[in-house]
Design a protein around this ligand. Structure first.
Ligand SMILES: Cc1[nH+]cc(COP(=O)(O)O)c(CN[C@@H](CCC(=O)O)C(=O)O)c1O
Length: 304
């Protein structure tokens, strides 16, 4: 996955890939006390451009605030470091992974005097669930693991430690021969995927789980809601979707920085629609890729 990656930006310096190490007693390794982002730089018609970078940086700093992580660099410094790293790696398009975390210091639940560290890595990352998935869709299963509630752990923060919930769901799905899981919240209604938001199409209208359903406020989710409305679709962005509604949906799809717009073709072996990418999903996916290839609207792109 990281073939060819030469350097990582770490705590203010560009370090060789193999030197980007942390101590085994790093606080975040033991207690999951880190926050991160997943961002894409696309090779647009006008050259490499980071997609909705400002929103991602805002979310990173907001996530950090939840855990009193005082990121010791400004958004501008992280922005400059990222652009320089992409340039030094000679990448036209890439996936960007900023992470801020409590480093090696006294252990114990109170991070106390642990240093606050930041690293940024970039690497080429193609279709998250596989190229074929973008065209044909993925086979999914409802996870037996529920999404943690926002009253238990803030779901508006991308916290490293909380991804064990996603890992469990993903391991279970793949262990049972499916490509991805769909996770229900503690009420038993649909939350999202382990690393994606979920959209449902029924009778020509589009639904996605509301932020109160213990989901991440996905930036791709915001993008798709806006694009779909611009295309004239009615979008219900605060829906409560039951498990049964997944089975009877006309179309389903995931959205995410890594997943982009990935159709869902089956849920628990039930075919969705015709068991392949639905027509509205196709329209939205096509529009999404037009946007990221053309670099339009400008406001969503920061050229490297
Ligand atoms: C739980 C979850 N929900 C929704 C999303 C979509 O959010 P957004 O990227 O802002 O549209 C992501 C992103 N998942 C990231 C990490 C994936 C990984 O495997 O790591 C991503 O897509 O980069 C999630 O992790």
């Amino acid at each position: 996955m990281f073939e060819g990656v030469e350097e990582i930006w770490m705590d203010g310096e560009f370090v060789d890939f193999e030197d980007a190490q942390v101590h085994v007693l790093t606080h975040a390794l033991h207690y999951g006390t880190g926050v991160f982002e997943g961002v894409r730089c696309y090779d647009t018609a006008e050259g490499p451009a980071i997609f909705r970078w400002e929103e991602h940086l805002d979310r990173l700093f907001n996530s950090a605030e939840v855990y009193d992580i005082d990121i010791p660099f400004s958004k501008r410094e992280l922005d400059e470091a990222t652009r320089e790293l992409i340039d030094r790696e000679g990448l036209q398009s890439c996936y960007i992974r900023p992470i801020a975390f409590y480093g090696y210091g006294p252990l114990g639940l109170n991070p106390g005097k642990s240093p606050e560290q930041v690293a940024i890595a970039v690497w080429p990352w193609g279709a998250y669930l596989g190229e074929e998935a973008l065209e044909e869709g993925v086979d999914t299963a409802i996870s037996s693991w529920r999404k943690y509630a926002s009253s238990q752990i803030p779901t508006n923060a991308k916290t490293t430690g909380t991804y064990v919930n996603s890992v469990l769901a993903s391991l279970e799905a793949k262990g049972n021969g499916y490509e991805e899981a769909i996770v229900l919240n503690k009420e038993g209604n649909v939350a999202e995927g382990p690393g994606e938001n979920l959209f449902l199409v029924r009778d020509g209208e589009i639904y996605t789980t509301g932020l109160a359903e213990s989901i991440l406020d996905g930036i791709t989710r915001r993008t798709v809601i806006e694009l779909a409305r611009d295309m004239g679709y009615t979008v219900h962005d605060d829906a409560t979707i039951s498990r049964g509604e997944l089975y009877t949906a006309d179309e389903l799809f995931f959205t995410g920085t890594a997943a982009e717009v990935t159709p869902i073709r089956t849920v628990d072996d039930n075919e969705i629609g015709k068991g392949t990418k639905g027509p509205i999903t196709d329209e939205i996916q096509t529009r999404f890729f037009e946007v990221v290839e053309e670099g339009e609207p400008e406001r969503w792109f920061d050229y490297v």
